[in-house]
Write a protein that binds this ligand. Sequence first.
Ligand code: S3P
Length: 174
Amino acid sequence: MALKFILLGYMGCGKSTVGQALAKSLQLDHMDLDYYIEQQERASITQLIAEKGIIYFRKVEKKHLETLLKLPNSYVLSLGGGTPCYYNNMDAILKTAQSRSIYLRANVPFLTERLYTKKSKRPLIAAIESKEELAEFIGKHLLERSSFYDQADAVIDIQGKTVAQLVKEINELR
Ligand code: S3P
């Protein structure tokens, strides 16, 4: 019986790190949608967005998401932060047979601290200079996105927890 674990949540919530550890604990393949897009499109996400634009990126993100959701095997899939929030992506995620979507939820101060030093790698926030502005941006953006994230089959708060604790919590959902 195939089982697909689909991790979603805002940038910096640990979708990739937790996804890798979860896959290891369950002896499943780990797939990372951003990485898959980069391989398929032969360009980094930063390059894709800079050269072809955000709308192009959202279109290829949808296309490659659909491909991965259709795979017959069990896996852990880490999405990009915006993936559930465009087109009918969240519906497609929820309708995927034998799937369990999990929202890794974090609050604004936590995400701001995590993202401030790593923002250069993230095109949507790279140009924001001060921590205050970043916190304001994340606050508004998270509010817009929460209605999609909240539809996940399960929600896990991540603050103050280790990766191992999060993996354990996800395993206990089953
Ligand atoms: C995005 C998040 C990124 C990446 C792209 C857009 C977003 O993924 O897909 O830069 O819209 O939140 P991470 O959440 O893995 O940083």
